[in-house]
Design a protein around this ligand. Sequence first.
Ligand SMILES: NC(=O)c1ccc[n+]([C@@H]2O[C@H](COP(=O)([O-])OP(=O)(O)OC[C@H]3O[C@@H](n4cnc5c(N)ncnc54)[C@H](O)[C@@H]3O)[C@@H](O)[C@H]2O)c1
Length: 432
Amino acid sequence: MTQPVRVAVVGLGFVGLPLALTYAMKGANVIGIDVLPHVVEEINAAHSHHLESYQGKTLPEILKEQIEAKRFRATSSYEEAAAEVHNYIVTVGLPVHNGDPDLGPLKSCAQSLGRVLKKGDTIMIRSTVVPGTTEDVILPILEETSGLVAGVDFYLTYCSERIAEGRAFEEFIHMPLVLGGINEQSAEKGKELLSFISETDITITDIRVVETAKVIENIQRDVNIAMVQEFARFSEAFGIDTFELIKVANTHTRVNLLSPGPGVGGFCLPNALYYLQPKARELEVNLPILQLARNTNDAVPEVLIGMLEQALKKNGKTLAESRVAVLGMAMKDFSNDDRVSPVHDLIKVLMAKGVDVRSYDPAVPTVYDHKVESLDKAVNGADALILTAVQKEFAEADWAQVAEKMADAPILFDTKNRIPRDLVSKATVVRI
Ligand SMILES: NC(=O)c1ccc[n+]([C@@H]2O[C@H](COP(=O)([O-])OP(=O)(O)OC[C@H]3O[C@@H](n4cnc5c(N)ncnc54)[C@H](O)[C@@H]3O)[C@@H](O)[C@H]2O)c1
């Protein structure tokens, strides 16, 4: 009988934890490594705020099952993991600060891995990276710290991570994969490792193509949304419904317009251009359209606040003297992740204009001064609300009743196409 695969997943965040559990559910012996001791502690206690689920079970339920079956545990010690495994999958991210990707966490991870690397080990990078990072940054660190030769003593491979938060378990198994290796043997090792959980096609190609494809997959969505924002401005001026316009255009089988909203959020889409730019600068390639699209998306909160100001003015109110409820902090609908959420920018601009902001999101655990614990607390007496991300509670809300709790002549600003236009109420519904 073949032995179950032994694998360490490095980085136990939105990608790493469900990925580790997917391997465990398929029968692998998995050890998860994370630098943050409190993350390791929480995970080993079967606690997680992640909203993923699979086959009717929530992530914490799956976590508890896999810990009890002794197929999964977490640690902060690379040494502890190295005593048990020959395969490592890296899901440590590259944060972006002021448009510059920070390779620090990934480099530090490569150093830690290099120190425990053994002959015959396989390392697979799944983080989204600046194209060229696997061969130009990670490989030299691994060789230097381990004293081993890449492609001969150990195998190094890159497979882009394409899951969407909320569908992680399903997509680890069913999303088509692209993989590159620093040599043929590395790619083969990588394919073997992926095949343990993946049931789809695995395309093997040049490692730089895989790294770059991941980044442009995200950028094309950023650009698509920027384009849709321009269409939305046109629709407003023309007096037609943007969402209806997009729905109708998308009936064409070769058109796939995304939805407008309060901007573009999350760890992936807004950061994507900043991963491509350093390489483009090095290669002296200009990317003006991509930068323009990014700027357009960054400016959306300002544009929406301008629209809100106009709507309030029509009702005889000023923005600065208004109380505004912001409903939904998450970077996308039905998510609990508010990293790089455009809603933060929206709130920042509102507050800078003197607005009394009360935000509410039943799924996001992060605490903020402006965040309140219930929909009622957010909307009671508010002059306006802005629906910025959909959560179950908002999807089921009776908006006419919500409007009743607000101040006189309230504005319901819907960036999500969820508030009925024919609301039987004294409220004004504004759509993006
Ligand atoms: N979140 C998504 O939906 C998604 C989708 C596709 C691709 N990605 C990519 O996957 C990668 C991971 O994203 P994420 O959302 O899971 O990030 P995350 O921030 O949720 O998780 C990363 C984890 O790595 C840990 N870490 C940092 N440095 C470490 C080190 N040196 N050693 C061990 N652990 C370390 C952090 O403590 C954190 O828990 C990123 O490159 C991201 O761009 C994310």
